[in-house]
Design a protein around this ligand. Structure first.
Ligand code: GP9
Ligand code: MN
Length: 630
């Protein structure tokens, strides 16, 4: 009898819990791409929202009146629904779950509105239908005023039940996925096993841990890492060392450009005709991978300038902009270089206005330095051709030698383009994103061609090394079906990993420097490569990459999600694949590299989280100090 009374008092809370629970599960199945391999995993996925919902809505048990309790439940349901909705929107774009650092990147929000609008579907409104129903129900129940306050005993019993559910969930998850909580860069695993809400709490704990890490870190940790890096350092290529000494450096970050478009055609037309030609006069790396995480373009920049890995959560440009670094621009400044960034976006996007000076950039030409109007912009802003056109004037004003980086923008999701700028057809598949990708890539290719022509006209071409790299993928796994159609084969985890290849082209003046290099490599390798080409000795520098031209360079690259690629194997999702057959093979084959991959990411993370470069004694790179190898 007593139990029945308690249960009936609980009916509103339980209704709210059940509605949210069901909704969350439907969202898991329809909006997220969570891979389920067996029934147990499905059961875990199904029960995982429950403990959190019972815990939070159960706080209603402490309210002294039924009216307040019900109001609390409606408001809490709304907030939880909003969090879920936020995750759905974020996932649609980034194919990833929100993290706290990403949430605080508010200065990016304004610029994201274009994309958000594109991503919003009318049916999303349905995500709040249950909250409306609860609000309506609460009003009806309030008029029926029978007192129903919970006593201590009832509350105790309730929370014992909640704890039991949580512990069972955790035990099941742990049995299915050991080490769950130590492999934190795999957010899908966490959501799959702990549930989206518990995951946010766990992520908040990680956030406070990372704050504590800096406070606790000391110089001995840095010494250990420095020793590891020195022991693993490779000799740079002797022939190319200093080949571009004193030359200008022009880096071009090609927005969302993946390697699968290089040397390919759509409806008989080349997608990147200019790049295809340019790479023949340059060094081209066809096994070069992006290593970015949630920080997208900014992560690519971080990797390139510092030869440190980006982080598993958030953009390091936001989360650790007050750290000490020893980035390429800072080093080159000591060599008499002038350093500048050129990108026609709000200066605060990705916290760049704070981060660039930290990395040693003298000048940031941002949105306010460009003339942007409705005629010359599309999608995210200034069209690439206009961007390069106006940038040339800025470039001409710089003292030489200069180190500069240009970031293109037109080939950014949602890949919008004016009709007159379309030089190839859209693709024909069920993915509007993939369809529209080809014309925008083609457009950027033409813009780069224009830039190179202008550099020649201004007499800058022969005095500069030009490095172009794709910053990260443009087509996420959400478009696997369309992608399979395009590639003519299924997008397996192996193929997905291979799709993380982005083009890297290094052009050194004086026609003889060309060829295609197949070694597995990544954005992390650019800092030592550039410094070596400029003739700067890096033996005391802290970097995780290797000179790309070094004969000792390992055929090995680690991606931010813990996947790695070697000459023969691809390791991803805890599975090992043979590159030749593309088939899954015994994980033993990948075993020898697993420890190294983890070690690299761990050590780099330690440097960033602990702000360990503050303990770096530094190298004086000025020529008269003898650090430059002649
Ligand atoms: C914005 C541009 C694009 O300034 O770098 O950023 P992304 O969304 O690709 O990280
Ligand atoms: Mn980008």
């Amino acid at each position: 009898m007593k139990l029945r009374v308690s249960l009936s008092k609980l009916s509103f809370i339980l209704t709210a819990v059940c509605l949210l629970w069901l909704k969350t599960y439907i969202v898991y199945k329809t909006s997220f791409n969570i891979e389920i391999e067996n029934v147990k995993q499905e059961v875990i996925l199904f029960i995982n929202p429950l403990s959190f919902l019972l815990l939070v809505l159960g706080a209603g048990l402490f309210f002294k009146t039924k009216k307040r309790r019900n109001r609390y439940i409606v408001i809490a349901s709304f907030i939880i629904s909003f969090v879920l909705f936020g995750n759905v929107m974020f996932y649609r774009f980034f194919n990833d779950f929100l993290t706290w650092p990403v949430l605080f990147q508010t200065s990016n929000m304004g610029d994201l509105k274009n994309s958000a609008f594109e991503l919003f579907k009318i049916s999303d409104v349905l995500m709040f239908a249950d909250v409306l129903f609860l609000a309506w129900m609460a009003r009806r129940l309030n008029s029926n005023a029978s007192a129903s306050v919970f006593n201590k005993k009832e509350r105790f019993a309730y929370y014992i039940a909640v704890t039991a559910i949580f512990v069972s969930n955790l035990a099941l998850a742990e049995s299915e996925r050991p080490e769950l909580l130590t492999r934190t860069f795999d957010r899908e695993m966490l959501v799959k096993n702990l549930g989206t809400y518990n995951y946010h709490i766990y992520d908040a704990l990680l956030q406070s841990k990372s704050k504590a890490q800096r406070a606790m870190a000391d110089s001995s940790e840095f010494v250990e890492i420095e020793n590891y890096l020195k022991a693993n350092q490779k000799e740079p290529n002797d022939e190319l060392f200093g080949i571009a000494k004193g030359k200008n450096v022009i880096l071009i970050s090609l927005e969302s450009t993946q390697s699968f478009v290089i040397n390919e055609k759509i409806n008989g037309k080349e997608i990147t005709p200019f790049l295809n030609n340019f790479l023949k006069e340059s060094y081209y790396f066809d096994n070069f991978y992006h290593q970015t995480g949630q920080g997208k373009t900014s992560d690519a920049e971080f990797l390139v300038e510092n030869s440190l890995y980006s982080l598993g959560r958030g953009s390091v440009f936001f989360t650790h902009s007050s750290n000490e670094y020893n980035a390429t621009p800072e080093i080159l400044k000591q060599q008499g270089y002038y350093t500048a960034m050129l990108h026609a976006n709000n200066k605060s996007f990705w916290n760049r206005d704070i981060m660039y000076p930290k990395l040693g950039f003298d000048r940031y030409f941002s949105l306010s330095d460009y003339e942007v109007n409705s005629e010359n912009s599309i999608g995210w802003g200034l069209k690439d051709t206009d961007f390069f056109d106006q940038s040339i004037e800025h470039l001409k004003s710089l003292p030489q030698p200069f180190y500069t980086k240009f970031i293109t923008l037109t080939n950014h999701f949602p890949f919008e383009l004016n009709e007159e700028d379309k030089m190839v057809d859209e693709y024909d598949s069920n993915s509007r994103t993939l369809n529209r990708y080809f014309p925008t890539v083609r457009y950027t290719d033409e813009a780069v061609k224009y830039f190179i022509t202008r550099l020649k006209e201004e007499g800058l071409y022969d005095d500069s090394i030009i490095i172009m790299y794709g910053d990260h993928y443009g087509i996420s796994q959400n478009h696997n079906v369309a992608m399979s159609q395009y590639l003519g084969k299924e997008v397996t985890p192996f193929v997905s990993t291979q799709l993380q290849r982005v083009p890297l082209i290094i052009h050194i003046p004086g026609g003889e420097h060309k060829g295609t290099i197949h070694t597995a490599a990544g954005q992390i390798d650019l800092k030592p490569t550039i410094l070596h080409l400029l003739g700067i000795d890096t033996k005391d520098d802290v970097h995780f990459g290797t000179d790309l031209f070094s004969e000792e360079k390992m055929d090995f690259v680690v991606l931010r999600d813990g996947s790695f690629v070697t000459g023969k194997y691809v390791y991803t999702d805890n599975k090992c694949y043979d590159k030749k057959t593309e088939e899954e093979i015994d994980v033993e084959f990948c075993q020898p590299y697993m420890k190294k991959a983890k070690q690299e990411l761990d050590y780099s993370d330690k440097i960033v989280y602990g702000d360990l470069l503050r303990f770096y004694e530094g190298t004086d790179y000025r020529p008269e100090k003898g650090m430059v190898k002649e």
